[in-house]
Design a protein around this ligand. Structure first.
Ligand code: SAM
Length: 203
């Protein structure tokens, strides 16, 4: 995250019509109109870290279940869904405001392969063919570790996750923790403008 004042209110309700606004942006090489609102992460357009992630990631798997962990208004999930129309994209967040915006954006773009749901609504047996995330680092180490412990072991065998994390927000420490605690290899695939892109592999 780039806004140090950002907080997540898990009871943040869906934005009203008056609160919603439309903006033009480019996702997956397509000029699109999306809806955002105050009270979600980076409502003015894709955040710098998210843009770096989307620039660096490889083509996602064409099929299977893909996960955007912490979807906000949906830039990562929408990109996955546009690039992999035959895949199912799980867009997970803890705020109703984020989930509602992601659902609206997916519907407006004709993407019927996006499931924007709370974490507990993702079927537990679903193995992910890929995870892409700009994770909520500022929630604190203990919660971040819980989130990583919950989702990364759910990668399918041979699949990987790409995470963008600020260097000054502990990207290298998190990478070392993932390998030590979850026994998953982590490769630093890029370092740009103060952000690391970490690839977590499931052998
Ligand atoms: C850094 S923002 C990224 C949002 C969006 N993916 C983007 O790139 O603009 C992290 C998101 O994680 C969500 N979040 C916070 N705690 C979470 C949790 N325990 N599980 C899933 N998402 C969470 C926040 O509500 C926020 O939308």
């Amino acid at each position: 995250m780039t806004d140090p004042t950002e907080h997540y209110f898990t009871d943040n309700p869906a934005a009203s019509e008056a609160e919603r606004r439309e903006l033009r942006t480019t996702l997956a090489g397509r000029d699109v109109t999306v809806t955002t609102a105050g009270g979600v992460f980076s409502p003015g357009g894709a955040d710098k870290a998210t843009s770096i992630l989307l620039d660096v990631v490889p083509e996602p798997p064409a099929e299977g279940d893909l996960l955007d962990l912490g979807c906000g208004w949906g830039p990562i999930a929408l990109t996955l869904a546009m690039r992999s129309p035959a895949a199912t994209v799980w867009a997970v967040d803890v705020t109703e405001r984020a989930l509602d915006l992601t659902r609206r954006n997916a519907a407006a773009l004709g993407l019927d392969n996006v499931r924007a749901v709370r974490p507990e609504e993702v079927p537990e047996e679903t193995p992910f063919a890929a995870i892409w995330s700009n994770p909520p680092i500022r929630v604190g180490k203990a919660v971040v570790h819980d989130i990583m412990r919950t989702w990364l072991p759910r990668l399918a065998k041979g699949a990987d996750a790409h995470l963008v994390v600020g260097k000054n927000l502990g990207a290298d420490t998190l990478a070392a923790w993932i390998t030590a605690e979850l026994d998953l290899p982590v490769v630093r695939v890029a370092s740009r403008k103060g952000f690391r892109i970490l690839r977590v592999e499931r052998p």
